[in-house]
Design a protein around this ligand. Structure first.
Ligand code: 6PG
Length: 487
């Protein structure tokens, strides 16, 4: 690899970024993809004292990047030539085909020991396939979950790197500098997640939980809007009140903010003008698919995915609404009691979404030999990421035994039991008034199922045996048995 003398030393001063020549004359980090997220990450790296060489296929010009201290190159070849050895290149491009294309183009330009860090929401199977393909080249691919959105990447995201341990150690000093820092212990929100695709797997589950929390908040909004006649700005005030102490969360805060926004042209709440069709890039569905494959129930997460899918069928829903008529009535009862119930239901739902996600991580850790440290994962979600909330610190503290189901922890039972009673009231009230609370109802059924000593699976076993001779076990006899079923 040819080295050039075009690196910059960047120091941070009160007035902004100061750019100066670096003694070694070579750039420490490469960033490919200089869209909003890539530019933010590159600026974060620069701010933390590392020189950055950038490249963007869309033709981002050097002009726009200078103020961030990023040296933009016009080809991949130039970019690689500008980097110190071993090359450390962050890919900030959309998941899927662009990642494959870039890896294929970079491979002939790189040497053994160089490291590519894929920061997109890549499917963990794709990461495995790419790592496998690179095996002979000795170029490492780190699959890194990056959470925090546009602001987070710039100011400090939560980072979930997985792959080759030695390659991780080579990028660790950079990651530790650019990651968010948890207030509780000043630790950076990054650590080695595990081998192979572990980083992208954990990010996928993070997103599944993110879908669930967003849907649970959405259901609170719908309940207040349809059942209590609250306006968007009133709901924003309620969420501001809930967003305190242990029950606070970044997503509640985001929801409070968007519900308070007014459209400057119409003067109406902006949220009321937004079409109720939710998009998705896939990570939530992958979480559900993967949970099904591994035999883990994640119904709160799956309900959130299902509702996004159903929301996209807007015209069908509108036709059906005409045919079926309006069944959504205003709820009777004391408003404060309803709000207290809703607040408890949201907290219970959030805990259960984590319980399901953690359960999936526990199983995947065994099945895929990731050897995940779940407490550590919860710790690196405490700041920077979309799931950040005081709940993470509580759960990390309680989950001392990383193999334990959250529902088996006495402190969790104490938190959830009273809230489950309120959740039951909220779900039944909503059901009677045709207000769909899919994630909350799934949460309740999950709690009731997972805390039931008996389920009707005995009848299912008998049915299976009756029509298909699939066999069953008995409490009082050993082995797999068959019944003598009559017509
Ligand atoms: C994050 C987010 C982010 C994700 C968006 C959109 O942690 O910063 O998870 O990575 O891409 O939230 O995801 P959907 O388009 O699937 O809703």
């Amino acid at each position: 690899m040819q080295l050039t003398a075009v690196a910059l030393l960047v120091a941070f001063s009160a007035g902004g970024i100061v750019v100066a020549m670096k003694e070694t004359g070579i750039c420490e980090i490469g960033v490919i993809g200089l869209g909003v997220m890539g530019r933010g990450l590159a600026a974060n790296i620069v701010r933390n004292g590392f020189s950055v060489a950038g490249f963007d296929r869309g033709g981002v010009t050097a002009d726009g990047m200078e103020k961030h201290g990023i040296v933009v190159h016009s080809s991949l070849k130039q970019l690689v030539a500008a980097l110190a050895s071993p090359c450390r290149i962050f890919l900030m491009v959309p998941a899927g085909e662009p990642v494959d294309r870039l890896i294929d183009q970079l491979t002939p330009l790189l040497s053994a020991g160089d490291i590519i860090i894929d920061c997109g929401n890549s499917h963990f199977r794709d990461t495995e396939r790419r790592q496998e393909k690179l095996t002979g080249t000795k170029i490492s691919l780190i699959g890194m979950g990056v959470s925090g959105g546009e602001k987070g990447v710039l100011s400090g995201p939560s980072l979930m790197p997985g792959g080759d341990r030695i390659a991780f150690e080579a990028i660790k000093p950079v990651l530790q500098k650019i990651a968010a820092v948890a207030d509780q212990d000043n630790k950076p929100c990054v650590s080695y997640i595990g081998p192979g695709s572990a980083g992208h797997f954990v990010k996928m589950v993070h997103n599944g939980i993110e879908y669930a929390e967003m849907q649970l908040i959405g259901e609170c909004y719908d309940f207040m809007r349809k059942g209590m006649g609250f306006s968007a700005s009133q709901i924003s005030e309620v969420l501001a009140d809930w967003n305190k102490a242990d029950e606070a969360s970044f997503l509640i805060d985001v929801s409070r903010t968007v519900l308070a926004a007014i459209d400057p042209v119409t003067g109406q709440s902006l949220v009321d003008l937004i079409v109720d069709r939710a998009g998705q890039k896939g990570t939530g569905s992958w979480t559900s698919q993967c949970a099904l494959e591994l035999g883990v129930g994640v119904p709160t997460i799956t309900a959130a995915v299902d509702v996004r899918i159903m929301s996209s069928r807007k015209s069908e829903r509108m036709q059906a609404a005409k045919l079926w008529g309006d069944r959504q009535k205003r709820l009777s009862g004391d408003a404060q009691t309803l709000l207290n119930g809703l607040r408890s239901s949201l907290f219970a739902g959030r805990i259960i979404a984590f319980a399901q996600g953690i359960n999936l991580l526990q199983l995947a850790s065994r099945e895929y030999a990731y050897n995940l440290d779940i407490c550590n994962i919860l710790s690196i979600w405490r700041a920077g990421c979309i799931l950040r909330s005081p709940l993470l610190q509580i759960l990390a503290g309680l989950l001392v035994n990383k193999e334990k189901n959250l529902l088996l922890i006495p402190e969790i039972e104490k938190i959830l039991s009273p809230r489950t009673s309120r959740l039951r009231q909220i779900v039944s009230m909503a059901a009677q008034n045709a207000i769909p609370l899919a994630a909350m109802a799934s949460t309740l059924a999950y709690i009731d199922s997972m805390t039931s000593a008996s389920l009707p699976a005995n009848l299912v076993q008998a049915q299976r045996d009756c029509f298909g001779a699939h066999g069953f076990e008995r409490f009082d006899l050993p082995g797999i048995l068959h019944g003598k079923w009559q017509d």
